[in-house]
Design a protein around this ligand. Structure first.
Ligand code: ZN
Length: 289
């Protein structure tokens, strides 16, 4: 296995405030976040949870254990704007406390109208360095929503990327799965050429399509890869466009692991022969670090 020489950056990590972690199911019911609860609090057929709810300190310990230098905390495609605001404030605290190890993206619900745009501005002024993980399809707003388009223009002005959740149309169904037509993402990338997009989960397969090569403003993260694809995908996508990302605290190897972590995915990536660019170089360039 090759030894990496760049600082390793995980571009796709989720974390939640302590009040969510204490009782995720009750919290989701009280805050009207049904879709999140379906995806994040479910258990596999054998009864084990699909993910755990680690604290910031646990995340840092897991990063240290695997040699991950920096993690990008992504928000969630929340249904309610109030939840987005709470997550953004929590993330602002996280990056203030650990500026050398953590960066964070803001989340918004464009259906909220002007407050969603104002919140995007506030979060970026607070030091958050992108927007996402958002999903027009799960948050049920139109690609033509005027506030959404205003937010994408804001991202271009601030030169911060927008991470979008993408599902492979050919992948097997899982509870809570929502269809995300790939043409919607290529359309947004073409309509907003000055906005940089990160399409999560290998862009649902767009990463290795011929279309992707023509889109100079699109990157792809590798989040949840082992749950979706075999190790051959690591070298299938153009290496200058791929960003190492785990989807921590999702358990990525449920057959052999019971807790989330970064080591298994890093081993898989290195064994597949990924470049240092994928492990951290591309992210450092995209985020201007
Ligand atoms: Zn994610």
């Amino acid at each position: 296995m090759r030894i990496s020489t760049v600082p390793i950056i995980d571009s796709h990590v989720h974390l939640y405030p302590p009040e969510v972690n204490r009782d995720p199911v009750a919290w989701a019911a009280a805050h009207g976040e049904k879709h999140w609860a379906e995806l994040c609090t479910r258990r596999r057929r054998d009864g084990r949870p699909v993910q755990t709810f680690p604290s910031v300190d646990q995340l840092l310990r897991d990063m240290d254990a695997a040699g991950v230098a920096k993690a990008v905390l992504l928000g969630w495609y929340w249904e309610n704007q109030a939840t987005c605001v709470g997550q953004n404030r929590f993330y602002a605290d996280c990056i203030r406390a650990h500026p050398d190890r953590l960066a964070a993206f803001a989340t918004v619900q464009p259906k909220a109208g002007a407050p969603a745009f104002e919140e995007s501005c506030r979060a970026l002024e607070d030091g958050l360095t992108g927007l996402g993980e958002l999903s027009p399809h799960s948050q049920s707003f139109a690609l033509d929503d005027p506030v959404w388009r205003q937010i994408l223009t804001l991202a271009a002005e601030w030169k911060v990327p927008v991470n979008l959740h993408v599902t492979d149309p050919a992948s097997k169904p899982y509870p809570g799965r929502v269809e995300t037509p790939l043409a919607d993402f290529t359309r947004l990338a073409r309509e907003f050429p000055s906005t940089n997009f990160i399409l999560a989960h290998w862009g649902g397969g767009l990463a290795w399509s011929s279309e992707a090569k023509a889109l100079a403003n699109v990157w792809f993260d590798t989040a949840a890869s082992p749950l979706l694809y075999g190790p051959e995908v690591w070298t299938k996508a153009p290496s200058e466009r791929a960003l190492f990302g785990s989807d921590y605290p999702l358990v990525l190897y449920p057959r052999t692991e019971t807790a989330p972590g970064f080591g298994g995915l890093l081993n898989e990536a290195k064994q597949a022969g990924v470049t240092d660019a994928v492990l951290g170089g591309n992210a450092a360039g995209l985020f201007g670090w």
